[in-house]
Unconditional design. Structure first.
Length: 549
C-alpha cells in the first residue's frame, strides 16, 4: 500500500506533457474509489492519460491506498474508515465532479458458483446492489450534485490462462477462485457478468446522478484474438472487429490484454494498456462531455462546417495548414441561440485530430476569428470566408494533446472573443495557422456516423471577463442559499427591489417567471440539474447559477 500511495503522489505532482502556449492550472475533478481495478487504474495513470488525450489536460484524478484497495468488497466500503475518507476527500476537494467507482466484482467472484439456481444468483446480486447503492447514496449526500460513474468490468480469462499451465494448473494464484466457482466456462462466467451489468445499467437509468458505461467485450475489440484460442471454442479474430459492447460472450478477454507478473499472468486484471483502453472508452462515452462546463454545443456539420483555402476552394473536410501553395482554414458553426442570455465568461473549442500530412500546424501559433452570425452571405461555408474580417480575431491558448491521430486539442478562447458568443445569432469561427507549416492536419467531421467525435464548443455562463470588473460589485448584491438546494432557496438581495425572477434551464428555455414570496423561491417542482435564476430589479438584471438536487 505504501508503494502504491507513493506512486500516486508522485504521479499527481507530475505535470502534464501536453503542448500549451499558455499556463493551465491542474484541477482535481475525479475521485477514484474501489477495488483492485481502481488501484490499477491509479497506478497506470489511465484516467489522466485519457483526460489529456481528450483535451481535458487540466483535469486530474485523486485516489490513495484507502480509497482504492486490492481485494475489497462492497462491505468494506461501508465501514467507517473508508466512508470517512471518501467524505474527507470530497470536502477537501470541492472541485470534484465525478466519483469513479469500481466495486462489486470481488463480491461475485468470491461467492457465486456456476451450479447456482437463478433465484440464488439473484439473491446474491440483490445484496450487492443494495450495498452498492448504500455507498452511492453516501457519496451523493457527502457532495450534493456529484456524479457517480460505476465503470464495471470486462470479461475475465480463467480457462485459457490456467489451462496453459497444464499439468500444474493448481499452482496458479487464481486457481482457487476458479475452483470456488466450480470451473465455469467462458459463456457461463461472461453471462453472469453481463447479467450483473444489465441490472446496474437499469438502476443507473433511474438515477440522474449515476452513470454506467457497459463495455464487457472491450478487450476483445481493442486487442483482438491474433492467434487461435488454445481452448474451446478455438478460432481467432482481428482487433477492432468484435461488436461492442458485448463482444463475443463465448470467448474470454484475450490473454495479452491481461496483466503479467513475470512468473504468471493474471486472469482478471488488465494490463496497463487494457486499463488505458477501458478509460478511453469511458471518456468517449461519458467523461469528455461530463467534464464540460455549463453547456456544450456540437458543431452544425453539413455545409455549415468545413475548410476554405486561400485560393477560395471549399472542402467539407476540416483541414488546417498548408498543401503546396494553398493555405487552409477551418470554418465552424455553432447554434448558440439555445444558450440563455447570461453572457459567456469562458469558452473553448475541442477538435479531434483525424490525420496529419507533413508538419503539424497545431504546434505553432493559431488565430481564431469570430462572427456573431455568419461570415458570408449565408451560414454555409463560402469561398469568401477565408478573407472575411469577422467581429474580432485573437490567439487562443492550446491544451490537450496533438501527438497522435485520435487525440484532441482544446483551444481556450481569449476574453476578447467572448462578447460575440450570444443567444441572438448562430456563432461562427474561422481557425487558421498563419505561420506556414508545410503540413496539413484534418480534424474529425463525420458528424452523422460519429457525433461523439464532432467539434465541441464548451461554454461557461456569466459576464465576459472584459466586463467582469464593472459588474462584480453589482452581482455581489444578490446571494442565494443553500446552493445546491433540495427545493427552497433563500434570496438575499440587500437594498435591491426584485420585481421578477425567471428560472431558465441549461438549454436556455424559460421555465417560470414569478415574484419572490417572502424572499423564497421554490424549485421543488423541477428535476435535478443546473438552472439559472435571472433577477430583474428596478435598476439591473443579475443572473445566478444554482444546482437543484
Amino acid at each position: 500500500m505504501k508503494r502504491f500511495l507513493l506512486i500516486t503522489i508522485i504521479s499527481l505532482l507530475a505535470k502534464s506533457n501536453s503542448y500549451s502556449q499558455c499556463t493551465e492550472t491542474d484541477v482535481t475533478r475525479v475521485l477514484l474509489v474501489g477495488d483492485s481495478w481502481a488501484n490499477f487504474m491509479g497506478i497506470d495513470q489511465a484516467v489522466n492519460i485519457n483526460l489529456e488525450k481528450w483535451g481535458h489536460s487540466n483535469y486530474k484524478f485523486l485516489t490513495n491506498a484507502i480509497l482504492a484497495e486490492n481485494g475489497t468488497e462492497t462491505t468494506d466500503f461501508l465501514q467507517p474508515a473508508k466512508l470517512n475518507e471518501i467524505a474527507a476527500q470530497l470536502s477537501a476537494n470541492p472541485s470534484i465532479k465525478i466519483v469513479h467507482l469500481s466495486i462489486g466484482g470481488n463480491d461475485v467472484l468470491n461467492e457465486w458458483e456456476r451450479t447456482w439456481s437463478t433465484a440464488k444468483t439473484d439473491s446474491l446480486l440483490d445484496s450487492v446492489y443494495s450495498r452498492l447503492y448504500t455507498l452511492i447514496d453516501f457519496i451523493k449526500v457527502s457532495s450534493p450534485g456529484v456524479k457517480v460513474l460505476w465503470s464495471g468490468y470486462t470479461y475475465p480469462n480463467f480457462g485459457e490462462i490456467i489451462e496453459d499451465l497444464a499439468p500444474f494448473q493448481s499452482s496458479h494464484p487464481f486457481y482457487p477462485t476458479w475452483e470456488g466457482m466450480d470451473f465455469p466456462d467462458f459463456s457461463e462466467i461472461n453471462g453472469l457478468l453481463n447479467y450483473f451489468s444489465d441490472t446496474i445499467a437499469a438502476l443507473a437509468a433511474l438515477d440522474p446522478q449515476v452513470e454506467f458505461v457497459k463495455a464487457t467485450g472491450l478487450m476483445q475489440y481493442t486487442f483482438g484474438q491474433p492467434t487461435n484460442l488454445g481452448v474451446p471454442p478455438g478460432g481467432n479474430y482481428p482487433a477492432m472487429t468484435a461488436p461492442l459492447p458485448l463482444g463475443y460472450p463465448d470467448y474470454p478477454s484475450p490473454k495479452n490484454s491481461m496483466r503479467t507478473y513475470i512468473i504468471f499472468r493474471d486472469c482478471f486484471h488488465l494490463a496497463p494498456q487494457g486499463y488505458i483502453d477501458l478509460l478511453d472508452y469511458h471518456t468517449r462515452k461519458f467523461y469528455q462531455k461530463a467534464l464540460m462546463d455549463d453547456q456544450y454545443l456540437i458543431s452544425e456539420g453539413g455545409t455549415r462546417d468545413g475548410s476554405v483555402s486561400s485560393a477560395g476552394s471549399i472542402n467539407s473536410s476540416m483541414q488546417l495548414g498548408t498543401a503546396g501553395s494553398e493555405e487552409f482554414s477551418i470554418v465552424l458553426s455553432f447554434n448558440t441561440t439555445t444558450m440563455p442570455d447570461t453572457g459567456v465568461s469562458k469558452a473553448s473549442i475541442f477538435l479531434r485530430r483525424q490525420n496529419l500530412t507533413g508538419n503539424n500546424p497545431i504546434t505553432g501559433t493559431l488565430q481564431v476569428k469570430i462572427m456573431s452570425g455568419n461570415f458570408g452571405t449565408t451560414v454555409d461555408v463560402e469561398s469568401g470566408d477565408y478573407a472575411a474580417s469577422g467581429n474580432a480575431m485573437d490567439t487562443p491558448c492550446q491544451f490537450g494533446s496533438t501527438t497522435d491521430d485520435g487525440h484532441w486539442v482544446r483551444l481556450e478562447l481569449p476574453a476578447s472573443l467572448l462578447p460575440y458568443i450570444t443567444h441572438n445569432n448562430i456563432t461562427q469561427f474561422i481557425i487558421s495557422a498563419p505561420a506556414l507549416s508545410g503540413g496539413l492536419v484534418t480534424f474529425s467531421s463525420d458528424f452523422d456516423s460519429d457525433p461523439e467525435l464532432a467539434p465541441v464548443l464548451n461554454l461557461t455562463y456569466g459576464p465576459s471577463s472584459v466586463s467582469v470588473a464593472e459588474n462584480l460589485s453589482q452581482s455581489q448584491q444578490i446571494h442565494v442559499y443553500p446552493n445546491p438546494t433540495f427545493g427552497n432557496l433563500v434570496i438575499d438581495a440587500g437594498t435591491l427591489k426584485i420585481q421578477e425572477v425567471k428560472i431558465i434551464n441549461l438549454q436556455g428555455k424559460e421555465l417560470l417567471a414569478t415574484r419572490p414570496h417572502k424572499n423564497l423561491i421554490d424549485l421543488t417542482q423541477f428535476p435535478s440539474g443546473v438552472y439559472f435564476l435571472k433577477f430583474i430589479s428596478d435598476s439591473q438584471i443579475i443572473t445566478k447559477k444554482v444546482i437543484k438536487n
